[in-house]
Design a protein around this ligand. Sequence first.
Ligand SMILES: NC(=O)c1ccc[n+]([C@@H]2O[C@H](COP(=O)([O-])OP(=O)(O)OC[C@H]3O[C@@H](n4cnc5c(N)ncnc54)[C@H](O)[C@@H]3O)[C@@H](O)[C@H]2O)c1
Ligand SMILES: O=C(O)C[C@H](O)C(=O)O
Length: 312
Amino acid sequence: MSFRRNKIAIIGAGHTGMTTALYLAQKKLGDIVVVDIPSAEGPTKGKALDLFQSHSIEGLNSQITGTADYREIEQADLVIVTAGLPRKPGMSRDDLVTMNVSIMQEVAQNIKTYAPTSIIIVLSNPVDVMTYVCLKETGFPKHRVIGQSGILDSARFNTFVAEELGIAIEDVSSFVLGGHGDEMVPLVRYSYVGGIPIEKVIPQSRLDAIVERTRKGGGEIVSLLGTGSAYYAPAAALAKMAEIIILDQKRIVPSVAYLEGAYGYTGICLGVPTVLGGQGIENIIELDLTSDEQEALHDSANAVRTLIENLP
Ligand SMILES: NC(=O)c1ccc[n+]([C@@H]2O[C@H](COP(=O)([O-])OP(=O)(O)OC[C@H]3O[C@@H](n4cnc5c(N)ncnc54)[C@H](O)[C@@H]3O)[C@@H](O)[C@H]2O)c1
Ligand SMILES: O=C(O)C[C@H](O)C(=O)O
């Protein structure tokens, strides 16, 4: 009799990578290997060992390994890519594209070599473009290369709605569509509090303000932090996607997916509602959009397409 535990690789042992490792360990989803560049091998091993030692106190039993050697991701079921530069105050996510594309190309080649059957979740920014680069570099089928943005953006929207109404965050459900930039499209019409459409309980002017704050939600944290960008909520979003995939939960969540016709777009990666499960993206759900929503999505998709067309 032989048992094999799930294996999750995280590329990038920075803020989001290590926070994701912590959430994954707490969710007891499998063994975790964290990979960073050779010059960061010591700190990567140190962070992994520190987290591993916390298991004795927390009653956890995942194996946590830090390394700079991609051979250690062999047989990973899931690879989460957080490698790349975060933005600084005053920058947009798109300003990271040149640096992060070359990092993504190198990372993707290593995943292709050492974990060719894995499912990949990309976090690195600008995430719609990085998901596209990862898909093209690995040559993996499109359902196995997924980007994270919508769970985070929806979580921000939910937080602001809950604050506005003074109610529990868990009673708010919303959808944010489109690219992970300031043109993202929070879908107010598809957002609810305890099953009640939010348009019935929040006046339009306040909804407009919440939509605007959601669009700029990442930048708000970047300005407050002064250095680096958000990591607790992004890591929670990654761990949620990992849990859905590993447990084959078939949940409906927004993911960055490669589109071949959905919403009228082809050849770009964009945030859309998906069914996520053991195969990765198992389906894309097409919602009816009003002409205003379509126009907003068009602006967002165009911003992503322009970046893709101008890739270095
Ligand atoms: N999509 C989202 O919702 C979202 C949310 C948060 C952060 N991000 C993005 O995620 C990325 C990481 O953010 P962070 O806060 O963890 O940054 P960080 O600087 O804390 O960590 C990045 C890590 O990547 C490593 N790295 C760099 N080049 C590498 C390579 N070639 N191979 C392996 N590792 C490499 C660095 O050494 C560093 O440890 C950034 O691009 C950020 O913008 C995206
Ligand atoms: O805003 C950033 O640069 C990081 C991330 O995309 C976020 O939304 O928090």
